[in-house]
Design a protein around this ligand. Structure first.
Ligand code: GDP
Ligand code: MG
Length: 177
């Protein structure tokens, strides 16, 4: 996960948003450290984690910010969004309410972040297929309507986590290049 002596060509700030319990912190620890924990308190207090990757022979440092339990409506401050070039908007495929709140998060993002921010909608916990409450078709349709990328992920099984982050990072890279 990145050679520290490597020169960095780009630093991209990404923010994770979405209701509490959807798996934001676990998606981040899966992506940044290839770790997963069933104890959600494990990463509380961490502001951001980084991972360096290579895109088109350039080294890109992704600086990914995680809310430390401030997911109550409007509790995430504008400082959190400042400078962000990408956002991962996460819901839990087993909890309808977390999907119903996505328009609010999107509005908050559009009010606080740069208007050109690259956004991916992520339906996490795809491993819990028997508890699914949101179909992939409904989410895909919503994402298309709003102009968002979309993927379902499992932080637990490490499914599509890599793809979700790289979709956003590659799109940002293409915009700045
Ligand atoms: P956050 O509040 O959005 O940061 O959510 P957390 O990352 O703390 O995760 C909340 C709970 O969901 C924890 O118990 C995690 O272990 C669990 N969780 C996170 N991702 C997954 C997943 O992909 N599948 C399953 N089954 N559980 C998950
Ligand atoms: Mg968290």
């Amino acid at each position: 996960y990145g050679d520290p002596s490597q020169k960095i060509d780009y630093v991209f700030k990404l923010v994770l948003i979405g209701d509490s319990g959807v798996g934001k912190s676990q998606l981040l620890s899966r992506y940044a450290r290839n770790e997963f924990s069933l104890d959600s308190k494990a990463t509380i207090g961490v502001e951001f984690q980084t991972r360096t990757l290579v895109i088109d022979h350039k080294s890109v440092k992704a600086q990914i910010w995680d809310t430390a339990g401030q997911e109550r409506y409007r509790a995430v401050t504008s400082a959190y969004y400042r400078g962000a070039v990408g956002a991962m908007l996460v819901y839990d495929v087993t909890r309808r309410q977390t999907f119903d709140h996505i328009p609010r998060w999107l509005e908050e993002l559009r009010n606080n972040a740069d208007k050109n921010i690259v956004i991916i909608l992520v339906g996490n916990k795809s491993d819990l297929e028997d508890q699914r409450a949101i179909s992939m078709e409904d989410a895909k349709e919503f994402a298309e309507k709003e102009g968002l990328f979309f993927l379902e992920t499992s932080a637990l099984n490490a499914v599509n986590v890599e793809s979700a982050f790289s979709t956003v990072l590659t799109e940002i890279f293409n915009i700045v290049n």
